[in-house]
Structures are given as C-alpha cells and as structure tokens.
Design a protein around this ligand. Structure first.
Ligand SMILES: [Mg+2]
Length: 376
C-alpha cells in the first residue's frame, strides 16, 4: 500500500469496438468500428492501473503504432519503476519515443490510476485538486444522413444535453448552411458549435467561415489544415465568432506558437494530443494566461479514456466550454467499462472514488480484442 511499490507488469489489448453509425469529418470518416489500445499496469502488491490510447490514423496516429510504442519502446521505462514516479516514467517515455501522444496518454493515465488507487485518492486529486464536479456534455453531429442526426438531437435533448457540435466541411457548403439553419429554427435552445476538422481549402475558407459566422454558432473549430497558422490568424480576424484551434495544437509547444501568432480565441484540449493529463492541464493554464478559452475535446474513445479526460477537466479551471465525452453513451455499440460512464442531466459526473473510479470489464476486453499480451 505504498507509492514506493514497484511496477512489475504491463499488459495490452488492441480492441476493435463496433459503432452505431458512419461519421464524416473534414479529415476522414469513421464507420464499422473504432480501434483503441488498453494498457494495464500491475504493481508488486497486485494492485492495477488502467489507461487507453485512442488513435485515429488521420489525426494522432495508428493503433498499431500505439501498441508497439507501449509494448516495445515504453515498456523498459515502466517496469521496475515506483508507482509514485509518474513524472520520471513519463520523462523516460518521452525520450524513448517521439510523438505517439496517444500511447503516452495511455501510459500516464494508467500510472495516475495506479497511484490513485494506491494512495486512496481520485486522479483529479493527483492533478492538483478539483474545481468542478460536473462537466457540460456536448455531442457531435456527423452523420451523412442529417435525418438520423435530427433523431439523435431529440434523444440528446430528452437526456438533458444542451450542446451539439456540427461536423462541417465534408459535403458542400449548402449542406452545412442547411443543417445550421435547421438547428437554429427547430432547436434554438441548443448551444451549437461548428467543427471543420481542417476540411476547408485555403481558397474557400474565408467565404465559408464568414457565412457560417453570420449564423452565430458558439465557436468555429479548426477550419483549415493544422499547419496553416497564418490562415487561421486571418480567419480569426475576419469573424466575430470565437475561432478554436484543435489539430493545430497538440502540446504546450504548439500552444506557445498559437498564442504568439494569434491563431485562435480558444483551444480544444485533448489528452490524446498532449500526451497525457498533466500536459493537458499545462495547456489549459497557458490558454488562460493568454486570455483564451478552453474546451475538453476527445478522440473516438471508450469510457476508460473519457474518465481520464473527466478527471483532467475536473482539475483544470480554464476548461470552461464543457466536454465531448459522448462516445461511450451515444456512439459505441457497447462500452468497455464495468459500469456506465457517468452522465446525468446532460453533464458528465466526475467520479470521486480512488483512481479513475471505474474499472474496465475484462470479459469485454477479451471479447473485443484483436490481439493482446495476455493469454486468452
Ligand atoms: Mg475538433
């Protein structure tokens, strides 16, 4: 029962999880299933900690790369380390593997879960303590069949959810405008955001973003490619609606440049981009210091990664725009947690039990595994 206990095992599962529908985004589509990597660390006393990498090949990387980063390259940084040596292990992992931010997020989540369970405190307590117990939940609308999304909106509203994010820039501009006008007309009570996921070409971005800004969504996210900082800055200057950076800002290093070059009014903070909860909290602090807002984004995750995000936002006062941890409830056919990911009245409820607060169901891991380091 001590943070000095040694970590003696690292196990992995590569899962393929069926989803309920196709989703189109500016950088690519998702259909059929999503793949995640689950990691379990075991300490010498037998206590365990869990984490998840939720890669998307067009965004952060591939599941195969995340699996190899953890299995082969980060394993030596972890085995034999003390449960409490989170910062030291993550520094070693960072030096051993470039990029692989989703694998680093999985590792740091598992370390925090294990340390939290060992110390008897929630992960948010290890990240500096709690500033909020509930986080407003946003659900993304990305179905090529808008009728299906409208049916989803009715279900979301019945569940108390008041925020939606429309994925735009895939079909033509008229489809985006039609959907936004319809949402404004029929669901004026909703907080509507727009996310292009880098979908606009430089020549079309200014006219389209200005048009969409006329409809006054709460923010417009990442209209153009991640590396087009100068164009992001020009778009920001051209509209009154806040412009958010997502793909442009992975870690604190990108945030420094985003602030210096004035590319955004806010940032989508994701542990899968930052490389773990601690660096996500750092980005949120940098945003606040620069006078920017912050949003709790995610990738295609299970409830396990959602929990890591929820504890992160619970400890990050600057993340005031809510979160989008909807996949466990509204996108996966079945989540992997042993209990439902906690959502009440349109808010994620941050667990106050030790570690992440909820364990994965190991039978589900075995059921959905494409491969694992654990013998079947
Ligand atoms: Mg985004």
């Amino acid at each position: 029962m001590s943070l000095s206990e040694r970590i003696v095992a690292l196990d992995l599962w590569h899962l393929a999880l069926p989803v309920v529908s196709r989703r189109d985004h500016g950088i690519g589509s998702v259909a059929g299933s999503v793949e995640v990597i689950v990691v379990r660390l075991t300490a010498e006393g037998g206590r365990v900690g869990w984490g998840e990498a939720s890669p998307w090949s067009v965004f952060t990387g591939t599941p195969e790369a995340a699996y190899a980063a953890l299995d082969r390259y980060m394993r030596p940084a972890v085995l034999g380390a003390a449960v409490g040596d989170i910062a030291a292990v993550m520094e070693r992992a960072r030096r051993m593997v470039a990029f692989a931010t989703d694998a680093k997020a999985a590792l740091e989540t598992a370390l925090l879960d294990l340390a939290g369970r060992t110390a008897g405190v929630p992960v948010w307590a290890l990240l500096g303590g709690r500033c909020r117990e509930r986080i407003p939940l946003s659900c993304s609308l990305a179905d090529p069949d808008f009728g299906a999304d409208l049916a989803l909106v009715e279900r979301l509203k019945a569940d108390g959810i008041g925020i939606v994010k429309l994925k735009a820039g895939v079909k033509d501009h008229r489809f985006d405008m039609m959907r936004l006008e319809r949402l404004a007309a029929d669901h004026g009570d909703l907080d509507v955001r727009v996310d292009y996921n880098q979908g606009l070409a430089p020549g079309e971005a200014m006219a389209r973003v200005r048009d969409v800004a006329e409809l006054a969504p709460s923010f417009i996210e990442q209209p153009v490619r991640a590396d087009q900082f100068a164009l992001m800055a020009r778009l920001r200057d051209a509209i009154d609606v806040p412009l958010l950076a997502d793909e442009s800002v992975f870690g604190p290093e990108d945030m420094t440049r985003a602030v210096a070059e004035g590319i955004c009014d806010g940032v989508s903070v994701k542990i899968m981009k930052s490389g773990g909860p601690r660096r996500a909290c750092a980005i949120a602090q940098m945003a606040e210091a620069a006078g920017l807002t912050a949003y709790g984004g995610d990738m295609f995750e299970t409830g396990l990664a959602h929990l890591a995000g929820a504890h992160t936002i619970a400890a990050a006062p600057a993340i005031t725009l809510g979160c989008e941890f909807y996949q466990a409830r509204y996108y996966l056919r079945e989540d992997i947690l042993a209990e439902p990911f906690p959502v009440e009245d349109g808010h994620v409820v941050v667990p106050d039990r030790p570690g992440l607060g909820i364990l994965p169901d190991e039978d589900k891991l075995a059921h959905y595994a494409l491969r694992s380091t654990v013998a079947a």
